[in-house]
Design a protein around this ligand. Structure first.
Ligand SMILES: [Mg+2]
Length: 253
């Protein structure tokens, strides 16, 4: 097994399931850290700040520097700052997105934005959706943190950000730009910031349609784990295959 410089872990279904750590993943991360390799964490979850994710991982006995945590909110803010400097943004999202936008010193407005940034908002209102529909019809660009349609939990599936983004798209007819996996922006920011080559990077995740496809499309190696959304047996039927499979990360210790 090759050694990589940048191990990029998905979080939910890969490192933990809800509030419960996945012990084999924790052991593998400890093993990497003991060799002086500090992994990255790459999540589509836009709700939480780096600090909140850092705290959650700390409870699972994982000590992780904040700058190793990449969320679709952070990537959205960095994308806007890089590609649309000096443009104004209306934010529909929770603290993770609001704080990421503020950290890039992007000007936030409530009227006539140049850009609408949309992330999952659990207290979303009809009025808020209505307003961004008008903004986009008036010319604002529509940027979505991620396109996940549904979020698995113990009850079944809950609506994900992508379901609300599609609702807005149905009204405006304007195609949104998606930042989260399977789009490459989070991996690209990590590669840019730390100076890796693609050959140095491995994407590890449980969800074929996001984690594995982002790695394949971006051109880096991928490892599918069978601890979350997509079962290994289903991945094996796909045309584009991950580089590696593991039932759990114990196989990699
Ligand atoms: Mg996952």
């Amino acid at each position: 097994m090759k050694t990589y410089e940048a191990y990029c872990f998905d979080l939910d279904g890969t490192v933990y399931r809800g509030a419960a750590a996945i012990p084999e993943a924790v052991a593998f991360i400890h093993h990497l850290q003991a060799q002086g390799i500090e992994p990255f964490y790459v999540t589509n979850n836009a709700k939480y700040t780096q600090a909140a994710i850092q705290q959650k991982l700390a409870v699972m006995n994982l000590v992780v520097p904040a700058e190793r945590i990449m969320t679709s909110s952070i990537a959205t803010a960095k994308y806007i700052a890089k590609h649309y400097p000096n443009q104004t943004v209306k934010v529909l999202g929770q603290q993770g997105l609001q704080q990421a936008i503020a950290a890039e010193n992007i000007r936030v407005v409530s009227e006539q934005p140049d850009i609408v940034a949309q992330g999952l908002t659990v207290n979303i209102s009809y009025e808020a959706l209505e307003d961004i529909c008008y903004d986009i019809q008036n010319g604002a660009k529509h940027i979505a943190t991620n396109g996940d349609l549904k979020l698995p939990n113990e009850h079944g599936f809950a609506p994900g950000n992508g379901s609300f983004v599609q609702l807005v798209q149905n009204v405006t007819g304007v195609e949104p730009l998606y930042i989260g996996k399977p789009a490459p922006h989070m991996l690209e920011i990590i590669r840019d910031s730390f100076g890796f080559t693609k050959a140095d990077m491995l994407m590890i995740g449980d969800n074929y349609d996001t984690d594995i496809l982002v790695g394949i499309d971006y051109g880096i190696d991928t490892l599918h784990v069978d601890t979350g959304v997509t079962r290994q047996a289903d991945v094996q039927t796909k045309q584009a295959q991950p580089t590696y499979y593991a039932k759990t990360l114990a196989a990699w210790l």
